[in-house]
Design a protein. Structure first.
Length: 328
């Protein structure tokens, strides 16, 4: 057996291996220098030791002490170094390093001081009557707009229905009491974009799923030899029977005996499918009726003599929402 360091190894082979090793070392050093150039070491060291400050106990303790006056707001009264000596051994500060403590204390001092002095970020005069769209007060109008856009009750294009036209049907709606038109128009535009993106992503995911199913088709039977219900003709037949109310007056087990396709599934598998089809039918009926009522409301012109008609339709919508909550 001949080793690489053996004198019997040809010199050309030894020189080739040395050259290869040197090239590997040079490439490794170059890669390391590139990474260091892209991400400086002092930044990596700074962030690697910092903890998540948003919900930590140390943040809560500092803010409480600053607001209560136990921790001075001015650095000349108590320096960061002296404050660190006080807090570093306290509960909740075990994982906090001095660099993060220094940066956060500076931020919190400015935050509390500005709040006490009444210094706030100047608000846009055009948005002075706007409500916080992320708060609970905006939860109802926000959910209503998104729901109507997703269901197709409210068009996704400004050309089909402008914000001004939509506002005439929402300004008196339940939950929109504190919403002004300027905010409604701005939020509607944002939700248009949001829903369009969501629907486009859904279509893309459906196409990807269809592509993957062609490459890896689903099995028609499970490990017990029972057909997969979603891929079996029994699924469409069951939906048709439930739509025609053939399930009424009989139990799911009795319905199972009415078709040969149903008998291929055990009772414990077929019974939940019947209940699922019934729930789906009820929900689809609710959505169709809600869409019909809302379209009736949208077509109603906001004239003074139509106020009673609008209120009557809104009461129907309120009852529908209550029914939906009970179904959920």
């Amino acid at each position: 057996m001949i080793h690489h360091h053996s004198p019997f190894v040809p010199s050309s082979r030894r020189s080739f291996e040395v050259t290869k090793k040197r090239a590997y070392n040079l490439a490794t050093m170059a890669k390391k220098r590139t990474n260091e150039a892209i991400t400086p070491s002092h930044k990596k060291a700074k962030n690697s030791d910092w903890i998540d400050w948003r919900n930590c106990q140390a943040k809560k303790r500092l803010l409480e002490d600053l607001k209560a006056g136990r921790l001075p707001l001015e650095n000349d009264k108590l320096s960061v170094e002296d404050a660190w000596l006080r807090y570093k051994k306290e509960e909740g500060f075990e994982s906090v390093v001095f660099s993060q403590f220094k940066a956060r204390l500076k931020d919190h001092r400015s935050q509390v001081k500005n709040k006490q002095d009444g210094v706030q970020k100047p608000k846009d005069p055009a948005k002075k009557d706007w409500i916080d769209w992320r708060s609970k007060d905006a939860a109802a109008p926000k959910a209503t707009i998104i729901e109507d856009l997703v269901q197709g009750i409210l068009p996704l294009e400004d050309s089909e229905m402008s914000a001004e036209e939509a506002w005439t049907h929402y300004e008196n709606a339940e939950g929109f009491e504190d919403v002004v038109f300027s905010q409604f128009k701005d939020r509607l535009k944002a939700h248009w974009k949001q829903v369009k993106t969501t629907l486009a992503r859904s279509r893309y995911e459906e196409e990807c799923l269809e592509h993957d199913r062609k490459l890896f088709p689903r099995k028609e039977v499970d490990e017990n030899g029972i057909p997969i219900f979603d891929l079996h003709p029994a699924k469409e037949l069951l939906a048709e029977d439930v739509s025609n109310n053939k399930h009424e007056g009989i139990t799911p087990d009795e319905l199972r005996l009415t078709r040969v396709e149903y008998k291929k599934f055990p009772e414990k598998i077929f019974r939940p499918r019947v209940y699922q089809a019934i729930r789906k039918k009820r929900f689809i009926n609710y959505l169709n009726y809600a869409r019909e009522v809302k379209n009736k409301l949208l077509r109603c012109e906001p004239r003074i003599e139509d106020k009673e008609k609008i209120e009557e339709i809104r009461k129907e919508l309120f009852v529908l929402r209550r029914k939906k909550q009970k179904l959920a």
